[in-house]
Design a protein around this ligand. Structure first.
Ligand code: PSU
Ligand code: MN
Length: 315
């Protein structure tokens, strides 16, 4: 017997999808494992408000007591931001959390899966997971990269953190055939810093052109996602050189303490937050907000390209 999949789509998200409106998916690992309380909760609420202000509907995604929720209420956001026992769910963990009726926050990979299930094709976040430094011996490569290769969702991010091995991350994305488009720059961004020093494989400067790209990829029958990297706003940038020492310190501490598996990314983020006296958090917040804005504009532009755009359902 096939169980009915418990996917609960919030009313406003369902309505928007039914009438061909713009919807932006948002992840929750950033909330439960990526930022400290109470800032995490404020950011989750604010990012939803930004998407709405831009004319799109936000759909923050998580698994709550085994139900895949697409669009959360405020009590759920608060629980994810404060409870200590929230799981971090990537692709492999998603069926476990649903079948065992657990509560978990979704990573980029799991959020893409749930967004696609619900019919959402644009997703905003901060940074994606990637190839970790030392991956040649640890084999630590985020499932986010493989998800981008197989699930047709556009992920708007600020690149990947320089605590990862960025050249190897771009190599893996190229190997997997994932389009990597930097918005408004020739250089791939490095999260807190506008430039990683690495050339972006592709560059696009307008949301309309981004939408053309995504619609074309779909018409070609491509079933992969698209990585859209937007550099952090210049006024919030932290200079790459000043981050490097702290990153090196955090990474070597993680190795010494034997941190492995899905604990690595949250551990490093928390360590860097403390090593920068919280300064890294302001930048993190600014870039997430900026990505939510671009994702909303992109979702609107994609919707405008639907064959039935401009007509109401009653036509
Ligand atoms: N990078 C960040 N902040 C984050 C994450 C990544 O700068 O919060 C989270 C995202 O949810 C991402 C996940 O999908 O960590 C990747 O974890 P892993 O490397 O274990 O796949
Ligand atoms: Mn990993």
């Amino acid at each position: 017997m096939t169980p009915v999949l418990p996917v609960i789509v919030r009313d406003d998200v369902r309505d928007a999808l039914a009438r061909g409106g713009a919807v932006v998916a948002l992840e929750t690992t950033i909330l439960s494992h990526g930022m400290p309380y109470p800032r995490n909760l404020a950011v989750a609420r604010r990012v939803e408000a930004i998407v709405r202000d831009c004319g799109a509907v936000p759909a923050t995604i998580a698994v709550m007591d085994g139900a895949i929720r697409v669009g959360l209420d405020d009590a759920a956001l608060e629980h994810l931001a404060t409870a200590g026992d929230v799981m971090k769910l990537s692709r492999a963990d998603l069926p476990y959390a649903v079948a065992m009726q657990r509560t978990g926050a979704t990573t980029v990979a799991a959020t893409m899966i749930c967004a696609h299930l619900a019919g959402i094709d644009v997703f905003a976040t901060g940074g994606i997971g990637g190839v970790h430094r030392g991956a040649e011996s640890s084999f630590d490569i985020s499932a986010d990269l493989h998800e981008l290769a197989r699930t047709p969702v556009a992920v708007v991010c600020a690149g990947a953190k320089a605590l990862l091995d960025l050249p190897k991350t771009l190599e893996v994305l190229e190997t997997l055939g994932v389009p990597v488009v930097t918005y408004g720059s020739d250089i791939f961004p490095a999260f807190w810093s506008r430039e990683s020093g690495l050339r972006s494989p592709l560059r696009i400067d307008e949301p309309d052109a981004l939408a053309d790209f995504i619609v074309t990829a779909r018409a070609l029958g491509m079933t992969s996602g698209t990585l859209v990297a937007q550099p952090i706003p210049a006024e919030y940038e932290i200079d790459a050189a000043s981050m490097r020492m702290r990153i090196d310190l955090a990474v070597s501490q993680a190795h010494r303490e034997g941190v492995t598996g899905k604990a690595v990314t949250p551990w490093l983020l928390d360590r860097l937050f403390r090593l920068t006296d919280g300064a890294s958090l302001d930048a993190n917040v600014a870039l997430v907000e900026n990505n939510a804005r671009l994702a909303a504009r992109l979702a609107l532009a994609i919707r405008a390209r639907r064959p039935d755009a401009g007509r109401s359902r009653a036509d």
